[in-house]
Design a protein around this ligand. Structure first.
Ligand code: AMP
Length: 221
């Protein structure tokens, strides 16, 4: 099979090292003025895509994010770590993007970008939901491999090892497929200064929800 077009979903979250505080009003956490980073499991997903490109198994790695304009920071980090291009699907202010909105929006991006493989983190460390990959696979009616700790491309299929309660499970999935990454899949690289500079020139496209046929988020009042 020809090298795969790989789409990687990346989420911008409060940095794992920040001590999270309750926001005034008590209904959420303080996110203003707090350091944000790429969700660590998304870094692992991205690293896998980049390694596949370096190994000739992928033709292109596209980092995508659904959220407010600030998510462009996360996408620039993804570009510095080796993604070829990035797409932000913009949501409106003041409405967190949960797994439901993220998976519907990622499904619309899949229809637009036509990847052979979607790699997501197993969970986002802000909401710890662990739902988006499973929902996306259901929306697309694609095979899913969750919590993967090994990945091998085998023709029209991928072979994955996944971490389950009883140990390790091996699966073969037909492509296209959705995979979510566990901690032991790889150890992500750090972005080098030259790559951070080069990332500023890589393409980052911003799309509105209406351009991919998804209802606006938040819904109009
Ligand atoms: P969750 O289901 O919220 O724990 O997120 C699991 C994974 O889904 C993350 O590691 C990302 O790869 C992907 N994901 C979740 N939300 C978004 C988003 N807003 N934009 C892009 N990818 C996302």
């Amino acid at each position: 099979m020809a090298p795969l077009k790989v789409m990687v979903g990346v989420k911008r979250v409060i940095d794992f090292a920040v001590k999270v505080r309750v926001a005034p009003g008590g209904l959420g956490v303080q996110s203003e003025g707090v350091k944000h980073s790429l969700n660590p499991f998304c870094e692992i997903a991205l690293e896998q895509g980049v390694r596949m490109k370096e190994g000739g198994e992928a033709s292109e790695v596209i980092a995508v994010s659904v959220g407010p304009p600030q998510n462009q920071d996360a996408l620039r980090s993804a570009l510095a770590l080796g993604a070829d291009r990035a797409v932000l699907l913009r949501s409106g202010p003041g409405a967190p993007v949960g797994p439901r909105e993220a998976s519907l929006a990622l499904g619309a991006l899949v229809r637009k970008l036509q990847p052979d493989l979607v790699l997501l983190g197993k969970q986002a460390i802000d909401d710890d939901c662990n739902q988006t990959g499973q929902l996306l696979a259901a929306i697309l009616d694609w095979p899913q491999g969750t919590f993967i700790s090994q990945l091998r491309v085998a023709g029209e299929e991928v072979e994955v090892e996944r971490e389950v309660d009883g140990g390790l499970e091996r699966l073969r999935l037909r492509l296209p497929a959705v995979l979510t990454t566990d901690l032991r899949l790889n150890e992500p690289r750090y972005a080098t200064l030259p790559n951070i500079m080069k990332a500023k020139k890589k393409p980052l496209e911003v799309l509105e929800m209406s351009e991919v046929g998804v209802p606006p988020h938040p819904p109009p009042a």
